[in-house]
Design a protein around this ligand. Structure first.
Ligand SMILES: Cc1cc2nc3c(=O)[nH]c(=O)nc-3n(C[C@H](O)[C@H](O)[C@H](O)COP(=O)(O)OP(=O)(O)OC[C@H]3O[C@@H](n4cnc5c(N)ncnc54)[C@H](O)[C@@H]3O)c2cc1C
Length: 317
Protein backbone atom coordinates (compact mmCIF):
# COMPACT_ATOMS: atom_id res chain seq x y z
CA UNK A 1 0.00 0.00 0.00
CA UNK A 2 2.10 2.92 -1.17
CA UNK A 3 0.32 5.80 0.46
CA UNK A 4 1.14 9.28 -0.83
CA UNK A 5 -0.97 10.93 1.85
CA UNK A 6 1.00 11.70 4.99
CA UNK A 7 -0.70 10.00 7.91
CA UNK A 8 -0.65 11.49 11.38
CA UNK A 9 0.67 8.31 12.96
CA UNK A 10 2.05 4.99 11.74
CA UNK A 11 2.10 2.20 14.29
CA UNK A 12 4.44 -0.72 13.66
CA UNK A 13 3.05 -3.77 15.46
CA UNK A 14 -0.59 -4.68 16.11
CA UNK A 15 -0.33 -6.41 19.49
CA UNK A 16 -1.94 -5.03 22.67
CA UNK A 17 0.43 -2.01 22.79
CA UNK A 18 -0.04 -0.99 19.16
CA UNK A 19 -3.80 -1.61 19.09
CA UNK A 20 -4.54 0.34 22.25
CA UNK A 21 -2.51 3.26 20.94
CA UNK A 22 -4.35 3.09 17.61
CA UNK A 23 -7.73 3.20 19.34
CA UNK A 24 -6.84 6.21 21.48
CA UNK A 25 -5.30 8.13 18.56
CA UNK A 26 -8.24 7.41 16.25
CA UNK A 27 -10.65 8.59 18.94
CA UNK A 28 -8.53 11.77 19.08
CA UNK A 29 -9.38 12.08 15.37
CA UNK A 30 -5.90 11.26 14.09
CA UNK A 31 -5.34 9.36 10.87
CA UNK A 32 -3.67 6.11 11.93
CA UNK A 33 -2.45 2.98 10.22
CA UNK A 34 -1.17 -0.17 11.91
CA UNK A 35 1.31 -2.37 10.04
CA UNK A 36 1.38 -5.82 11.58
CA UNK A 37 3.32 -8.98 10.78
CA UNK A 38 0.77 -11.10 12.69
CA UNK A 39 3.08 -12.86 15.15
CA UNK A 40 2.19 -11.72 18.66
CA UNK A 41 4.39 -13.12 21.41
CA UNK A 42 1.62 -15.11 23.10
CA UNK A 43 0.11 -16.51 19.91
CA UNK A 44 0.52 -20.12 21.10
CA UNK A 45 -1.13 -19.52 24.47
CA UNK A 46 -4.66 -20.89 24.81
CA UNK A 47 -5.87 -18.30 27.29
CA UNK A 48 -5.05 -14.93 28.74
CA UNK A 49 -4.74 -14.30 32.49
CA UNK A 50 -4.63 -11.16 34.59
CA UNK A 51 -6.62 -8.79 32.37
CA UNK A 52 -9.81 -7.64 34.09
CA UNK A 53 -12.96 -8.55 32.10
CA UNK A 54 -10.86 -10.50 29.56
CA UNK A 55 -9.61 -13.33 31.79
CA UNK A 56 -9.52 -16.63 29.89
CA UNK A 57 -9.81 -15.03 26.45
CA UNK A 58 -7.81 -16.67 23.66
CA UNK A 59 -5.03 -14.09 23.00
CA UNK A 60 -5.61 -14.00 19.25
CA UNK A 61 -9.35 -13.38 19.89
CA UNK A 62 -8.43 -10.38 22.05
CA UNK A 63 -6.41 -8.93 19.17
CA UNK A 64 -9.23 -9.57 16.68
CA UNK A 65 -11.64 -7.72 19.00
CA UNK A 66 -9.13 -4.90 19.39
CA UNK A 67 -8.76 -4.53 15.63
CA UNK A 68 -12.49 -4.44 15.15
CA UNK A 69 -12.85 -1.70 17.76
CA UNK A 70 -10.04 0.37 16.26
CA UNK A 71 -11.46 -0.04 12.73
CA UNK A 72 -14.77 1.40 13.90
CA UNK A 73 -12.95 4.69 14.51
CA UNK A 74 -11.15 4.69 11.17
CA UNK A 75 -7.86 2.92 11.89
CA UNK A 76 -6.55 1.13 8.80
CA UNK A 77 -4.49 -2.06 8.89
CA UNK A 78 -1.74 -3.35 6.64
CA UNK A 79 -0.64 -6.98 6.92
CA UNK A 80 3.12 -7.24 6.55
CA UNK A 81 6.49 -6.26 7.94
CA UNK A 82 8.23 -2.94 8.06
CA UNK A 83 11.72 -3.61 6.75
CA UNK A 84 13.22 -0.12 6.85
CA UNK A 85 12.44 3.19 8.52
CA UNK A 86 13.93 6.53 7.45
CA UNK A 87 13.55 10.04 8.81
CA UNK A 88 12.33 12.48 6.15
CA UNK A 89 11.26 16.14 6.26
CA UNK A 90 8.23 16.38 8.54
CA UNK A 91 8.11 12.72 9.48
CA UNK A 92 9.11 9.20 8.62
CA UNK A 93 8.99 6.86 5.66
CA UNK A 94 8.42 3.16 6.23
CA UNK A 95 9.35 0.55 3.64
CA UNK A 96 7.37 -2.69 3.75
CA UNK A 97 8.54 -6.19 2.83
CA UNK A 98 6.24 -6.26 -0.22
CA UNK A 99 7.97 -3.20 -1.69
CA UNK A 100 5.25 -0.72 -0.71
CA UNK A 101 5.86 2.31 1.52
CA UNK A 102 4.04 4.89 3.58
CA UNK A 103 4.73 8.22 5.22
CA UNK A 104 3.62 9.46 8.63
CA UNK A 105 4.30 12.47 10.83
CA UNK A 106 4.87 10.40 13.97
CA UNK A 107 5.85 6.81 14.61
CA UNK A 108 5.01 4.31 17.35
CA UNK A 109 7.03 1.10 17.41
CA UNK A 110 5.19 -1.70 19.23
CA UNK A 111 6.86 -4.72 17.69
CA UNK A 112 7.34 -6.84 20.83
CA UNK A 113 10.06 -9.43 21.40
CA UNK A 114 11.10 -12.87 20.24
CA UNK A 115 11.77 -15.47 22.93
CA UNK A 116 14.88 -17.47 22.08
CA UNK A 117 15.03 -20.97 23.49
CA UNK A 118 17.89 -22.97 25.06
CA UNK A 119 19.20 -26.16 23.48
CA UNK A 120 16.92 -28.59 25.37
CA UNK A 121 15.25 -31.37 23.40
CA UNK A 122 11.47 -30.98 23.27
CA UNK A 123 11.53 -27.42 24.64
CA UNK A 124 10.03 -25.65 21.62
CA UNK A 125 7.36 -28.35 21.14
CA UNK A 126 6.08 -27.94 24.69
CA UNK A 127 6.28 -24.08 24.72
CA UNK A 128 3.09 -22.48 26.12
CA UNK A 129 1.70 -25.97 26.98
CA UNK A 130 3.80 -27.15 29.91
CA UNK A 131 7.04 -25.25 29.24
CA UNK A 132 6.00 -21.95 30.75
CA UNK A 133 7.80 -18.66 31.18
CA UNK A 134 5.64 -16.88 33.75
CA UNK A 135 3.59 -18.07 36.76
CA UNK A 136 1.22 -15.12 36.50
CA UNK A 137 0.21 -16.28 33.01
CA UNK A 138 0.11 -20.04 33.65
CA UNK A 139 0.59 -20.74 37.37
CA UNK A 140 -3.07 -21.08 38.23
CA UNK A 141 -3.56 -23.85 35.63
CA UNK A 142 -0.75 -25.97 37.07
CA UNK A 143 -1.33 -25.23 40.76
CA UNK A 144 -0.70 -28.05 43.24
CA UNK A 145 1.19 -30.09 40.62
CA UNK A 146 4.84 -31.25 40.58
CA UNK A 147 6.61 -28.29 38.97
CA UNK A 148 10.18 -27.59 37.94
CA UNK A 149 12.22 -24.46 37.39
CA UNK A 150 15.00 -24.35 34.78
CA UNK A 151 17.24 -21.30 34.58
CA UNK A 152 20.63 -20.45 33.15
CA UNK A 153 21.78 -18.55 36.23
CA UNK A 154 21.50 -19.55 39.87
CA UNK A 155 20.23 -16.06 40.70
CA UNK A 156 17.23 -16.28 38.35
CA UNK A 157 16.60 -19.93 39.19
CA UNK A 158 16.36 -19.23 42.93
CA UNK A 159 14.14 -16.21 42.27
CA UNK A 160 11.70 -18.15 40.08
CA UNK A 161 11.72 -21.29 42.28
CA UNK A 162 10.77 -19.25 45.37
CA UNK A 163 8.03 -17.58 43.31
CA UNK A 164 6.62 -20.80 41.80
CA UNK A 165 6.41 -22.24 45.34
CA UNK A 166 3.41 -19.90 45.77
CA UNK A 167 1.45 -22.14 43.36
CA UNK A 168 2.50 -25.59 44.63
CA UNK A 169 4.39 -27.18 47.51
CA UNK A 170 6.26 -29.52 45.09
CA UNK A 171 9.00 -27.52 43.34
CA UNK A 172 12.34 -28.77 41.99
CA UNK A 173 15.01 -26.28 40.97
CA UNK A 174 17.19 -27.66 38.16
CA UNK A 175 20.55 -25.89 38.40
CA UNK A 176 21.14 -26.65 34.67
CA UNK A 177 24.07 -24.40 33.66
CA UNK A 178 24.84 -22.74 37.02
CA UNK A 179 25.34 -24.77 40.21
CA UNK A 180 26.69 -21.83 42.22
CA UNK A 181 23.77 -21.23 44.58
CA UNK A 182 24.73 -18.97 47.50
CA UNK A 183 24.50 -20.57 50.99
CA UNK A 184 21.85 -18.00 52.00
CA UNK A 185 19.75 -18.94 48.97
CA UNK A 186 20.13 -22.66 49.72
CA UNK A 187 18.78 -21.96 53.19
CA UNK A 188 15.75 -20.16 51.70
CA UNK A 189 15.06 -22.99 49.24
CA UNK A 190 15.44 -25.55 52.00
CA UNK A 191 13.10 -23.63 54.32
CA UNK A 192 10.45 -23.70 51.57
CA UNK A 193 11.03 -27.44 50.86
CA UNK A 194 12.30 -26.76 47.33
CA UNK A 195 14.52 -29.60 46.11
CA UNK A 196 17.68 -28.81 44.12
CA UNK A 197 18.65 -31.16 41.27
CA UNK A 198 22.17 -30.54 39.89
CA UNK A 199 23.24 -31.20 36.33
CA UNK A 200 22.62 -29.94 32.84
CA UNK A 201 19.09 -30.39 31.52
CA UNK A 202 19.20 -31.94 28.04
CA UNK A 203 15.63 -32.98 27.31
CA UNK A 204 12.01 -33.20 28.32
CA UNK A 205 10.05 -36.44 28.61
CA UNK A 206 6.57 -36.36 27.08
CA UNK A 207 3.75 -38.92 27.11
CA UNK A 208 0.27 -38.56 25.64
CA UNK A 209 0.97 -34.93 24.80
CA UNK A 210 1.88 -34.11 28.42
CA UNK A 211 5.21 -33.32 30.01
CA UNK A 212 6.14 -36.13 32.40
CA UNK A 213 9.73 -35.40 33.35
CA UNK A 214 12.98 -33.49 32.98
CA UNK A 215 16.04 -35.38 31.69
CA UNK A 216 19.62 -34.56 32.66
CA UNK A 217 22.81 -35.18 30.66
CA UNK A 218 23.51 -38.32 32.78
CA UNK A 219 20.14 -39.76 31.73
CA UNK A 220 18.39 -39.27 35.09
CA UNK A 221 14.76 -38.26 34.77
CA UNK A 222 12.94 -36.27 37.45
CA UNK A 223 9.16 -36.58 37.11
CA UNK A 224 7.52 -33.16 36.63
CA UNK A 225 4.19 -32.06 35.20
CA UNK A 226 5.32 -28.60 34.01
CA UNK A 227 8.44 -26.44 34.08
CA UNK A 228 8.91 -22.70 34.44
CA UNK A 229 11.75 -21.43 32.29
CA UNK A 230 11.70 -17.64 32.63
CA UNK A 231 15.45 -17.73 33.33
CA UNK A 232 16.31 -20.08 30.47
CA UNK A 233 14.90 -18.04 27.59
CA UNK A 234 16.31 -14.83 26.17
CA UNK A 235 13.99 -12.01 25.15
CA UNK A 236 15.24 -10.33 21.98
CA UNK A 237 13.58 -7.03 21.09
CA UNK A 238 12.21 -6.80 17.53
CA UNK A 239 13.65 -3.31 17.30
CA UNK A 240 15.10 -3.02 13.79
CA UNK A 241 12.83 -0.03 13.06
CA UNK A 242 14.18 1.77 16.12
CA UNK A 243 17.76 0.88 15.25
CA UNK A 244 17.27 2.17 11.68
CA UNK A 245 16.41 5.54 13.18
CA UNK A 246 19.31 5.54 15.66
CA UNK A 247 17.27 5.29 18.86
CA UNK A 248 19.47 5.04 21.95
CA UNK A 249 19.39 1.91 24.11
CA UNK A 250 19.81 1.11 27.81
CA UNK A 251 21.72 -1.93 29.03
CA UNK A 252 19.35 -4.24 30.90
CA UNK A 253 19.84 -7.71 32.45
CA UNK A 254 18.33 -9.01 29.17
CA UNK A 255 20.68 -7.00 26.91
CA UNK A 256 20.18 -3.60 25.24
CA UNK A 257 16.59 -2.32 24.99
CA UNK A 258 15.48 1.04 23.57
CA UNK A 259 15.64 3.86 26.11
CA UNK A 260 12.27 5.60 26.57
CA UNK A 261 10.76 8.12 28.97
CA UNK A 262 7.55 7.54 30.95
CA UNK A 263 5.44 8.22 27.84
CA UNK A 264 7.46 5.89 25.61
CA UNK A 265 9.30 8.70 23.80
CA UNK A 266 12.63 7.47 22.41
CA UNK A 267 15.76 9.58 21.93
CA UNK A 268 14.59 10.24 18.33
CA UNK A 269 12.13 13.17 18.17
CA UNK A 270 8.77 11.98 16.82
CA UNK A 271 9.37 8.30 17.60
CA UNK A 272 7.75 6.43 20.48
CA UNK A 273 8.01 2.78 21.52
CA UNK A 274 5.71 0.77 23.80
CA UNK A 275 5.10 -2.74 25.11
CA UNK A 276 7.53 -5.65 25.12
CA UNK A 277 9.89 -4.03 22.61
CA UNK A 278 11.01 -1.74 25.44
CA UNK A 279 10.00 -3.85 28.46
CA UNK A 280 10.13 -7.64 28.13
CA UNK A 281 8.37 -8.04 31.49
CA UNK A 282 5.27 -6.08 30.44
CA UNK A 283 2.13 -8.21 30.51
CA UNK A 284 -0.80 -7.63 28.15
CA UNK A 285 -2.60 -5.03 30.24
CA UNK A 286 0.68 -3.22 30.94
CA UNK A 287 1.62 -3.20 27.25
CA UNK A 288 -1.84 -1.91 26.32
CA UNK A 289 -1.49 0.78 28.97
CA UNK A 290 1.93 1.79 27.62
CA UNK A 291 0.33 2.10 24.18
CA UNK A 292 -2.32 4.39 25.67
CA UNK A 293 0.30 6.59 27.32
CA UNK A 294 2.31 6.84 24.11
CA UNK A 295 -0.84 7.74 22.15
CA UNK A 296 -1.63 10.63 24.48
CA UNK A 297 1.93 11.94 24.22
CA UNK A 298 1.96 11.58 20.42
CA UNK A 299 -1.35 13.43 20.14
CA UNK A 300 -0.01 16.24 22.34
CA UNK A 301 3.14 16.47 20.25
CA UNK A 302 1.02 16.79 17.10
CA UNK A 303 -1.21 19.39 18.77
CA UNK A 304 1.87 21.45 19.64
CA UNK A 305 3.19 21.16 16.06
CA UNK A 306 -0.20 22.16 14.64
CA UNK A 307 -0.46 25.15 16.99
CA UNK A 308 3.06 26.27 16.10
CA UNK A 309 2.27 26.05 12.38
CA UNK A 310 -0.99 27.97 12.89
CA UNK A 311 0.80 30.76 14.78
CA UNK A 312 3.45 31.01 12.06
CA UNK A 313 0.76 31.15 9.36
CA UNK A 314 -1.21 33.82 11.24
CA UNK A 315 1.92 35.95 11.72
CA UNK A 316 2.76 35.63 8.03
CA UNK A 317 -0.63 37.05 7.01
C1 LIG B 1 3.26 -18.17 26.04
C2 LIG B 1 2.93 -16.81 26.59
C3 LIG B 1 1.80 -16.62 27.35
C4 LIG B 1 1.49 -15.35 27.84
N1 LIG B 1 0.39 -15.22 28.63
C5 LIG B 1 0.08 -14.01 29.12
C6 LIG B 1 -1.05 -13.86 30.00
O1 LIG B 1 -1.75 -14.81 30.31
N2 LIG B 1 -1.33 -12.61 30.47
C7 LIG B 1 -0.56 -11.53 30.14
O2 LIG B 1 -0.89 -10.43 30.57
N3 LIG B 1 0.53 -11.65 29.35
C8 LIG B 1 0.86 -12.87 28.83
N4 LIG B 1 1.98 -12.99 28.02
C9 LIG B 1 2.77 -11.79 27.69
C10 LIG B 1 2.19 -11.12 26.41
O3 LIG B 1 2.44 -11.97 25.31
C11 LIG B 1 2.83 -9.75 26.19
O4 LIG B 1 2.59 -8.95 27.33
C12 LIG B 1 2.25 -9.03 24.97
O5 LIG B 1 2.25 -9.85 23.84
C13 LIG B 1 3.06 -7.75 24.68
O6 LIG B 1 2.34 -7.01 23.71
P1 LIG B 1 3.10 -6.15 22.58
O7 LIG B 1 2.03 -5.39 21.88
O8 LIG B 1 4.22 -5.39 23.17
O9 LIG B 1 3.79 -7.22 21.60
P2 LIG B 1 3.17 -8.42 20.75
O10 LIG B 1 1.90 -8.91 21.33
O11 LIG B 1 4.27 -9.43 20.59
O12 LIG B 1 2.82 -7.77 19.33
C14 LIG B 1 3.82 -7.27 18.49
C15 LIG B 1 3.32 -7.35 17.05
O13 LIG B 1 4.26 -6.64 16.21
C16 LIG B 1 4.46 -7.40 15.03
N5 LIG B 1 5.75 -7.02 14.42
C17 LIG B 1 7.01 -7.29 14.87
N6 LIG B 1 7.92 -6.75 14.04
C18 LIG B 1 7.23 -6.14 13.05
C19 LIG B 1 7.62 -5.41 11.89
N7 LIG B 1 8.90 -5.18 11.59
N8 LIG B 1 6.64 -4.95 11.07
C20 LIG B 1 5.33 -5.14 11.36
N9 LIG B 1 4.91 -5.82 12.46
C21 LIG B 1 5.85 -6.31 13.29
C22 LIG B 1 4.43 -8.84 15.51
O14 LIG B 1 4.21 -9.73 14.43
C23 LIG B 1 3.28 -8.78 16.51
O15 LIG B 1 2.03 -9.03 15.88
C24 LIG B 1 2.33 -14.25 27.55
C25 LIG B 1 3.49 -14.45 26.79
C26 LIG B 1 3.80 -15.71 26.32
C27 LIG B 1 5.07 -15.91 25.53
Amino acid sequence: MTNNKTLDVAIVGGGPAGLNAALVLAQARRSVTVIDAGQPRNELATHLRGFLTRDGTVPTDLLAMGREEAERFGVTFTEGSVTKASAIAGGFELALADGESLVARRLLVATGISDTFPDIEGFADRWAKDVLHCPYCHGYEVRDQPLGVIAETAFFGVHQALMVRQWTDDVVLFTHTDDAIEPGDREKLDARDIRIVSGKVTGLEVENDELTGVRLADGTVTPRRAVFVGGAITPVPRDQTLRDLGAETNDTPFGPFAAVDATGATSVPGVWAAGNVVDPKAQVVISASAGYQAAVAINMDLIEADVEAAVAARRAR
